[in-house]
Structures are given as structure tokens and as C-alpha cells.
Design a protein around this ligand. Sequence first.
Ligand code: NCD
Length: 305
Amino acid sequence: MKNLLSMEHLTNEEILYILDRAQAFEQGEPSQLTKTYHVANLFFEPSTRTKTSFEMAERQVGCTVIPFDAGFSSALKGETMYDTVKTLEMIGIDAVVIRAKEDEYYNELLEGINCAVINAGDGAGQHPSQCLLDLYTIRKEFGTFEGLNITIVGDISHSRVAKSNATALKKLGANVRFLCPKDWKGDFEAVHSWEEVLEDSDVIMLLRIQHERHAISKNFSKDSYHDEFGLTAAREKRMKQGAIIMHPAPVNRDVEIADELVECERSRIFTQVRNGVYARMAILETILKGREQTWQSHTSKILNV
Ligand code: NCD
């Protein structure tokens, strides 16, 4: 694996390998990397969890984190993504973690860039590291994906989390269903009422409304969305025994989920955040280790170390 761009590019074997390495990290195994790599995190969209989690994971596998502040970078002077990444590569960066608002921004990096590219979210496209931490969370809970009823609820058409999870979970044998307002289903078949999915779901995965990706703001008041599509306390009571609640966060309390459910017994929302560090350690190790055999680190060449 040279880069991590989309869950569509990963085989089941690659996915399961990363989940196994995440588990090994959680159990305290050390990183298999034999060199110190330099990584930069280029976040052109807001982030609390993903950026901090990648930084923690990078340090945990022995990388150095080279600060990059997208809000003060030459991107503001019109520099292209390609020129920004090429510049970092020439400085000696081995891998870049990028979040940007354009779908598939990474296409312009596929030729001419040698450092590894890890997609931390492209517009309404994909969010593979979130997906891998979600998969890790689900496998820890149920031991398998085969035959699980997984319901993804909310702003499906604008959510990169929904798309990445739909791709991967279907490949792994889960039964993925979507519940959303009628015009947010995108290319997916969806239901529009909780009644069809509430009681037999093993996982209910809630999504934030992606207001920043809506051309026209939908006419939902906070309360009407919650009443129709939110996980209310009454609905939680009807969930199957052993079923769990997930959400990639940030959470808008009392919109997609009732405030009191955020840390309830079924909720894995903060566990997902913790699992994210292990999943990202596994992603970094897999990608950087893959390069150890095939590619002499630019850092070694440039800094002569
Ligand atoms: C998600 C994202 O940025 O796509 N958050 C995350 O990375 N944990 C979901 C969201 O913003 O709603």
C-alpha cells in the first residue's frame, strides 16, 4: 500500500491486516518501523479529532511531526496542492496527511509526488482513516462483519464517512442500510422512517448534518430533525439487546442524538476516538513499512542520515 486515498482501493485482506495491527498496538506491541520518518498534517478544513489523533499516532510509531499550518500556508497565495506537497517532499517529508474540501483533491498528486499521501477527508468523498477506526470498533464488539445489520442515519449524500463505511462494510459482508430525509440519500437506496430499521440494527451510526456542504440550507429546525431522524431516548429503549451507537463526531447534541445518550451504555462515540489512534498507527506503519523495502527515504538522501 503506497497511499491511503479511498476505501474503494483496499482489498479485504488489506483492511483486515490494518485492523490486526491496530489491535496489536492496543495490546501494547511496538511499531515495526525501523527508521524515523517525517510527517506533515495539511488540514485545509477544520478538525479536532482527526488531526490530533494522527499527530498522536505519528509520535507513537516514532515519526517526527513537522508543523504545517494550512491557514498560514502559501495555499493562501494561490499555490496549488501539487506544488505544496512537492515542496514538502523536497524538504524531506516522507508522508503527508491531507484534509481538503475538494472531492478527490488527491488526483493531482498521483503523478510526480513520491511521498506517501494519506487522505484525512476529501470533501463529500471519502474518509478512510475514520472508516478503519469504525471497522476496528465494530470488529472489537462483534468479532465479525458478516451478517451484521448496520444502519447509517442522516446526511448520507454529503457524508464522506457514510460513503467510506458503505464501501467497506458491504465488501466485508455486512448488511448496510440507510435512513435519511428523502433528498439526502445520494446514490443509495434508503428508508425514511426509523420503524424499518430501529429494532433489528446491530449498529446505528449517526451522522452530523454537513451544513458546510449544502448548496441550499434544508429547512429543518433543530427540533424537527431530532424528532424525525434523531436517536431519541425513547428510540434507544427499543434498540436490540447488545446493539451499539456510533457517531464519527463532532456531535450536535439533541440534533442527531439526544444529549443523554452521548455517553450511555450503548454508545461507543468516545471509544471510537480512542480506537482512532490505534487505527492510525496501523495505517502509518503499513504505508511507511511498505516503502522501507521499495524506496530509499528522501530524508536520508537530503539530510544524509
Ligand atoms: C467527520 C468528518 O470530518 O468527515 N468527522 C471526523 O473526521 N471525525 C464527520 C463530520 O464532520 O461530521
